[in-house]
Structures are given as C-alpha cells and as structure tokens.
Ligand binder design. Structure first.
Ligand code: ADP
Ligand code: MG
Length: 367
C-alpha cells in the first residue's frame, strides 16, 4: 500500500491569460486521473496521478479526496499526516490551502485549512468511545532557513529537536489549545495576519517562505486503560518553486531563490529516498538537509500519511514551470512503507511498524 497521495490541480485561467488569444493552454483532459500535457515546444507528456483536479473542480472535491482520509487516520488511528501544496507562485497553493480568506469565506470557496479544522472536530466527536482530548495549534514560517513563530513574531529562530516520546518538536513554539472550530479559525487568521506583518517588516513576499500549520491531537481513552495517543497533522503551503533567471536575480533575491531551491530539492530528495530505498535495507533519508524536511521528519514516510497537491497554471506561457511541478509530483508517488500508530512512550507498540515495505509504481508515471 502506498501512503502518499499525489494530485495535480489546474487553476482557472486568470484575466491576463484569457486575454492572450495565442494561449491554447497546456492540458488535454483524458479522465479524472490522466491528462496530456503539452510543453512550449509542443512536446506531449502523459501524466497520471491519484486524481487530477481540472479548472472547474471545487474546493470540496480537493478536501474530500486528498485531506479527509488523512484527517480520519490522524484522529482514529493516531497516525501523523502531512498535506503539502507545491507549485510556482500564482499557481493556486494558498487558494487551495486557505481559500480566499479564513474567516467570512463563502462555504464553497473554503480552502483545505478551514475544512480540516471542521473535519478534525467532527471526526473526534464521531468516535463514540469515552475520551478526553485536546487539539493544539502552532504556526511557523521558514524564511532563509530560519523558523519563525507566527503566533509570536519575537520568536524568530525556533530550533527543531527530536525527543523519544514525541518525535520532532519545536521547543518554545507557541501552542494554542483550540476548543472548537471557530476558535481554531480565529487563531489561524491571527497567524496569517502576523505573517503579513512580519513580511512587511522584512520586506519579503509571502511566496518566498514556507508556511507550516501544525495540529497536535491528543486523545486519552477512558475505556482503554487510559492510553494516550497523539496524532500530528501538518499542512504546508510551500514557497514558490519557480526558477529565478540566473542573469536577472542578484543580492537577496538570488539568496532567497537558492535557499528555496535547496529546501525544495531536499524535500524531493527525502521523498525520493523513501521511494528508492532497497526493500529490507535501511537507507539514509536526508531529513537534516533542510529545516523543512527536519520539521516534517516524523510526518513523511514510515510513520505518516502524506498528500501532495501539485498546483499548476493552465497556461502555455507557464508550461515549463508546470512541467517541473508535475515531475516533482510524479517522482513523489513512489514512497514506500506503511504507517504506524503513535502511542505515548510507556505503551509504545512497535509491532505495527514492521509492515513490509511495498512499492506502488503504478500511479504516477511519465510516459
Ligand atoms: P500561490 O499561493 O500558488 O502563489 P494563489 O493561491 O495566491 O497562488 O493563487 C493566485 C491567484 O489565482 C489568486 O488570485 C487566487 O485567488 C487565484 N486562484 C488560484 N486557484 C484558484 C481556483 N482554483 N479558483 C479560483 N481562483 C483561483
Ligand atoms: Mg501563496
């Protein structure tokens, strides 16, 4: 069983793209999993993903397919989960993640985040066992390899540590306990507003940093000898994946581009190492190559469910960036290993982690 879901999403053409009469687009739909992509030299590629969301797709379609199964696994089975949006600036990452706004957004336009919040509370409340639970929320951004707390901008160099009982933690980061969906949305909205303030102060565009939303769900079941379980769900709105023209960029823009490129490559390498490790042989996974992969260490691969949404423009003008995004997604599909459950240290159950590695090479392919 493969525990990564990879989807592609094409946003609708924007007004500039519509005005350009020469732009016939770069995709031809085949079905809900497969499409033909045409690059700027008219070369054609067939891509298949777990699901393709074309221009008319609804936000709820994306949530139902990509996020809801992960939300359920995090709550019901205490797996960790990660949902990532990848793509060039303007491709629809933030729209998919947040929607046009976190608060006061029309129901149908709501992004993944508000839906995940509702899904988490719904899933917990639908478990009919007697339990106590808490949901904690942290929000950080990574800019130039520094982790900043979006609930407290004065904490601008948060460290990343691994502890035996809980996996990866961010010591000192603000964790807000949210008691209901409305409170969670208020907190998210505050973090997003802080992000904009911090970026204005530093004169940085939001597309140049990774934004990370971390939900920690702790459940204590009264009927199961008070066993405590933790599930961690991380959503990541990545920095834009576009290449910066070697000749055009200089100074900070060039440094930003190099740093982003390095962390996105690190993400690709981690995913690829999870894919290509020889069955039965422990291979080195280079999580420490970037802050991004280090934060995601216990939420990618063996102990986690992962979903990657590859966001693309439908325009032929952006074909080369879209092709690189789709190739990133195709490469990611081969993650192996099965997820296992997180228990608190003293009742750690390792037996389910011994599931045999399996490869799923059928779903994402470039022909
Ligand atoms: P990114 O975060 O990848 O830089 P955005 O999410 O900000 O890109 O999207 C760029 C623009 O396109 C925004 O104005 C956004 O509202 C619009 N947009 C993106 N995806 C969609 C979509 N699926 N439906 C409608 N508008 C979209
Ligand atoms: Mg964005």
């Amino acid at each position: 069983m493969s525990n990564i879901t990879v989807c592609a999403r094409f946003r609708p053409s924007n007004s500039k793209e519509k005005q350009n009469g020469n732009d016939s687009g770069c995709i031809r739909n085949i079905d809900s999993e497969t499409f033909i992509f045409k690059d700027e030299k008219d070369e054609e590629f067939v891509f298949s993903f777990d699901r393709v969301f074309y221009e008319k797709s609804e936000q709820s379609d994306v949530y139902q397919f990509l996020a809801l199964p992960i939300v359920r696994d995090v709550v019901v089975d205490a797996f960790n989960g990660t949902i990532i949006t990848y793509g060039q600036t303007g491709a629809g990452k933030t729209y998919s993640m947040e929607g046009p706004g976190i608060l006061e957004c029309e129901e149908q336009n709501k992004g993944l985040l508000p839906r995940v919040v509702e899904g988490l509370f719904d899933s917990i409340n639908s478990l009919d066992e007697e339990k106590t639970y808490s949901i904690k929320l942290s929000m950080v951004e990574i800019y130039m390899e520094k982790v900043r707390d979006l609930f407290d901008l004065s904490k601008d160099n948060i460290q990343i540590k691994e502890i035996k009982s809980r996996g990866i933690i961010l010591p000192g980061v603000t964790e807000i306990t949210v008691l209901d969906p409305a409170e969670a949305l208020q907190s998210l909205s505050r973090g997003i507003a802080n992000r904009a303030v911090g970026e204005t102060q530093m004169n940085v565009a939001s597309s140049r940093s990774h934004c990370i939303y971390i939900f920690t769900i702790q459940q204590e079941f009264l009927s199961r000898d008070k066993r405590t379980r933790f599930g961690k769900l991380i959503l990541v709105d990545l920095a834009g994946s576009e290449k910066v023209e070697k000749t055009g960029a200089e100074g900070r823009v060039l440094e930003e581009a190099k740093t982003i490129n390095k962390s996105l490559s690190a993400l690709g390498n981690v995913i690829n190492s999870l894919t290509c490790g020889l069955p039965g042989k422990a291979s080195h996974i280079p999580y420490r190559d970037s802050k991004l992969t280090r934060i995601l260490q216990d939420a990618l691969g063996g102990n986690a469910r992962t979903a990657l949404l590859c966001c693309c423009s439908p325009s032929a003008f952006n074909a080369s960036e879209s092709l690189s995004t789709l190739r990133f997604g195709a490469r990611a599909k081969h993650i192996k290993e099965s997820p296992r459950v997180n228990f608190s240290e003293e009742k750690c159950d390792t037996s389910s982690s011994a599931a045999s590695p399996s490869r799923d090479e059928s779903s994402a392919r470039i022909l």
